[in-house]
Design a protein around this ligand. Structure first.
Ligand SMILES: Cc1cc2nc3c(=O)[nH]c(=O)nc-3n(C[C@H](O)[C@H](O)[C@H](O)COP(=O)(O)O)c2cc1C
Length: 204
């Protein structure tokens, strides 16, 4: 598919079906003030060396300030922190940190109170990825600070993570009533007429 063939609306609509977590990336800007940016594109990259990444828009004014900071801290939000997202993305709120309790991470970047984890990073590299930057951070310290369900973002709305099953089948005896030997099989059809697997083979 050529670039012209990709309809921006379809791109946003399609990619919007892929859920993300939500973090606020914070730092102390060169003027000494705290700055924070709501980010859904945060991801783990590498264990050795320990690298993470996020993708800010190249025209983001918030990232322009954030990159003046010497370091940054990724704050993983809990499902109870939608208000923080609204606050940090509201153009009418000039002082985003007013009334938001925070403490400095080892690097000095803000750890926002009430999050479920923080990851304190040095900037490792900033490269261009189309109309976004790909920011690589080298992890210097991190902690898990809460056990609440994390906040998720999908199709323009917020939700929360709800556990369904462990990724490792051997980790539990029964998951949602599915016996261990059947856990890699597709579920039966919803109408309950027959075993779904039989339909994939044409009958003689
Ligand atoms: C859930 C959510 C996720 C977001 N993820 C990103 C992101 O990954 N990259 C980005 O550049 N902006 C992202 N934004 C938008 C920024 O948080 C911010 O609102 C926008 O950059 C404001 O414009 P400014 O940076 O010019 O101030 C996200 C917003 C929301 C609500």
């Amino acid at each position: 598919m050529t670039e012209q063939a990709v309809d921006p609306r379809r791109y946003r609509e399609t990619l919007g079906h892929y859920p993300t977590g939500v973090v606020i990336v914070t730092g102390i800007a060169e003027d000494g003030e705290p700055v924070g940016m709501v980010v859904g594109t945060f991801t783990a990259v590498s264990l050795s060396p320990p690298l993470v990444a996020f993708l800010p828009r190249r025209d983001s004014r918030t990232f322009a300030r954030l990159r003046t900071a010497a370091t940054f801290c990724v704050n993983v939000l809990s499902a109870t922190q939608v208000w923080l997202c609204r606050r940090f993305t509201d153009p009418d709120v000039t002082d985003k940190f007013h009334g938001v309790p925070w403490t400095p991470a080892p690097s000095g970047a803000p750890i926002i109170e009430g999050g479920i984890a923080w990851i304190d990073c040095d900037y490792d590299a900033i490269t261009e990825g189309g109309d976004h930057y790909i920011v690589l951070g080298r992890v210097r310290d991190m902690r898990v600070t809460g056990d609440e369900p994390p906040l998720l973002f999908r199709k323009g709305g917020y939700g929360r993570f709800a556990p369904l099953a462990p990724a490792e089948p051997a980790a539990a005896d029964a998951v949602d009533g599915v016996p261990p030997h059947d856990r890699t099989a597709p579920p039966p059809p919803a109408d309950g007429t027959a075993d779904g697997r039989a339909h994939s083979v044409p009958r003689a």
